[in-house]
Design a protein around this ligand. Structure first.
Ligand code: PRX
Length: 660
């Protein structure tokens, strides 16, 4: 809580000055699914008066093999949505379009990183590809309930792999291609995956990331894996282990062209996705089928205000939840044309994204504040040489967006005419929870605005009491929603404790927020020890464990400090083993430790700064006082309350280290 008030102080100052309001144009409203604030408010009120009726109506827009008997069974923290209903999300994302009027519509419009490489896959073709991939998995003995890890680059086959798993009821666990071997092994072991789907390599900023090689390393410590399926992408030679490793193209060539969709119970798990928490290893959040399918479908339709002719591009990697919900499931369930780009935004030059938008006439573009800040830094000239007039709607997600970046996004990318949807949600929420409906809700730069239908957020104090308008508090959600994660894989108690015990009766998001007099929500960042680097959550604990695993490190405490580009940057306070401190070149050791963390977890987790210290400040109960370290890392001094400090000299020494 202390950090909360510290946070809110900073954020309130900047946001209170923000009083610009942007209303959507009449032209936009006229064609929108929801076209006025009054209509939004009326429909929202109805959805909250009877959420079950609201979500049941939405669910009716998907294909079901068998109807549900009850919309919701809620026994905190256990929600069951669409009880007894049977459906398959691959069927909903592919078959119903492929076998209907969208058969020849482009489903995936793929742009490779090497210039000139493109593939267009129609819904009919996707139907064929997905069935072959699903048959191939079945031929390996993989079926309903088996866990399958997917460690791939942004190729069409990644989307196909995800959908193929959904088709046969295998639970996918996509692991972001930037994670290192030990992070893969942890995730594979936690879920006891039976197979890994990967590629030889993947292109990133012109260089090859050796995915298969990393999988091989990871699997030395992950004995549950019986099969590895390898997509040939870069053509680089890789070692293939007989009996275990199979080439994707060979397997698929021999696979049955027809593969029926497994009828899944609405509550059958669809996937596991790992995210960082404050303590312990990453949590495998489990999402189920029915509710997740309904909410990702409906939020895509309304928040991105999808139209049949849209070319929709969400720049997120499928390795993150945004890619699951808004590259794969949400847009494909809507029958959209989804653009997928394989590589980096600055390859071969800084204008790559704008060149892609111009060439493919992208109309809806969804990215992250950290990317927007990078675009600003790279300079307007890269944007200005391209015609972006095809764009009609912009979105952002992952962290609070600063009003300046918001305005730049609106002016430079949106040409002043595109509404911006700032969407707040989390891996745990599965789908968008707070965002403006673009034809209805006037936007304020920096605010995610108002809740989605059927979602009831609140800003409260620790006891669950709402705080007055204008004050900061904890963001909670007062009632269950369909796409909420159902549990932490293998650890239901951790799920209950993390999300459903802090604030009585409510889901606790871990975020601070403020609600203004218009009911608009302003997110103020995390109130726990989770660091948000470039829109991705990293647990302090994971980085600390990696540091402590280094032979020269005795203890480590990791905090985030504000960073212009990444949102937050990692600062690690490290105490060394005595011998290490006495010996060697400390500057070189700093570099070594940064490399070490990148190797252990992935480049995303590389500390921006390492500070050596004799001792770490701890409370009487032995807890590291990250609040103080955060303050020190951010402002260079400590002004906060230190009465629970065990060893005051620790503080003095940290200050000295700072000055020296
Ligand atoms: O702190 C919030 C921030 O990102 C966290 C969720 O991270 P993750 O599970 O990795 O999912 C990211 C993509 C959904 C949240 O707890 N966050 C996400 N979107 C926003 C945001 N903060 C402010 N505004 C947003 N639009």
């Amino acid at each position: 809580m202390e950090s909360q008030s510290g946070n809110s102080g900073n954020h309130l100052e900047s946001t209170l000055r923000e009083n610009r309001i942007f209303t959507p144009s009449e032209e936009f409203c006229a064609q929108a699914h929801v076209s006025s604030l009054a209509e939004y408010r009326e429909r929202y009120a109805r959805s909250i008066a009877d959420p079950e009726a609201f979500w049941a109506e939405a669910a009716g827009e998907l294909d079901w093999f068998a109807p549900w008997s009850r919309v919701l069974d809620w026994q905190l923290p256990q929600a069951k949505w669409f009880v007894d209903g049977k459906l398959n999300l691959c069927h909903n994302c592919v078959d119903r379009h492929a076998l209907g009027e969208r058969a020849d519509k482009t489903a995936l419009l793929w742009v490779g990183e090497p210039t000139g490489e493109e593939r267009r896959i129609s819904y009919r073709e996707l139907h064929g590809e997905v069935q072959k991939a699903a048959s191939a998995l079945r031929s390996l003995g993989i079926g309903k309930g088996d866990r399958v890890a997917i460690y791939m680059g942004m190729t069409p086959e990644l989307a196909i792999a995800v959908l193929a798993c959904a088709r046969i009821g295998a639970i996918h666990s996509v692991i972001f291609g930037g994670f290192a071997a030990s992070a893969i092994a942890d995730r594979v072991n936690d879920a006891q995956c039976v197979a890994v789907l990967t590629q030889d390599g993947s292109w990133r900023r012109g260089t090859e990331i050796p995915l298969k090689q990393t999988v091989d390393q990871a699997l030395e410590q992950a004995p549950s894996v019986r099969h590895v399926v390898v997509l040939r992408r870069t053509g680089t030679p890789v070692a293939m282990q007989a009996g275990r490793d199979h080439w994707w193209h060979e397997l698929v060539a021999g696979a049955d062209a027809v593969c029926a969709s497994e009828p899944m119970d609405a509550e059958d798990p669809l996937y596991i996705l790992y995210t960082s928490g404050t303590t312990g290893k990453p949590k495998g959040l489990v999402h189920t089928t029915g509710g997740y399918g309904v909410q990702t479908y409906l939020t895509t339709k309304f928040v991105f205000d999808l139209r049949e002719e849209d070319v929709y591009w969400c720049t997120a990697d499928i390795g993150w939840v945004t890619g699951h919900s808004y590259v794969v499931y949400g847009p494909l369930a809507n029958g959209a044309t989804v653009l997928m780009y394989e590589g980096a935004p600055n390859f071969p030059d800084f204008s790559r994204f704008w060149q892609i938008i111009e060439q493919h006439k992208v109309s809806v573009f969804y990215t992250a504040p950290t990317a927007i800040r990078a675009f600003i830094k790279w300079g307007d000239e890269h944007v200005e040489k391209h015609d972006l007039s095809s764009l009609r709607l912009l979105g952002t997600v992952g962290e609070p967006i600063n009003p300046e970046a918001w305005i730049w996004y609106r002016d430079k990318i949106g040409g002043g005419r595109c509404p911006i949807v700032d969407t707040w949600w989390q891996t745990e929420t599965g789908g968008i929870m707070v965002a403006p409906l673009p034809g209805a809700v006037p936007t304020k730069p920096g605010s995610a605005t108002l809740p989605f239908f059927g979602v009831e957020p609140d800003v409260v104090d620790r006891s669950g009491k709402p705080v007055p308008a204008g004050s900061g508090g904890l963001l909670v959600v007062r009632r269950p929603w369909p796409s909420m994660a159902r549990t932490v894989y293998g650890d239901p108690e951790r799920y209950r404790k993390t999300y459903w015990s802090d604030v009585p009766g409510c889901y606790f998001t871990g975020d601070g927020a403020r609600r203004d007099e218009d009911g608009y929500l302003w997110l103020m960042g995390r109130v726990d020890d989770v660091i948000n680097v470039s829109g991705h959550r990293l647990g302090t604990m994971e980085v600390e464990s990696a540091l402590v695993a280094h032979p020269k490190v005795a203890e480590a405490a990791v905090v985030g400090r504000p960073d212009d580009l990444k949102g937050q940057a990692i600062v690690a306070f490290v105490t060394l083993e005595t011998a290490a401190r006495a010996a060697g070149d400390l500057e070189a050791l700093k570099q070594e430790l940064k490399r070490w963390v990148a190797q252990e977890i992935g480049a995303l987790a590389r500390p921006e700064e390492i500070r050596f210290t004799d001792v770490l400040p701890k409370t009487r109960s032995g807890k590291i006082m990250r609040r103080l370290l955060r303050e020190l890392a951010t402002t260079g001094k400590i002004a906060g309350d230190t009465t629970t400090l065990e060893d005051f000299s620790a503080l003095a020494r940290l200050r000295e280290d700072e000055e020296s």
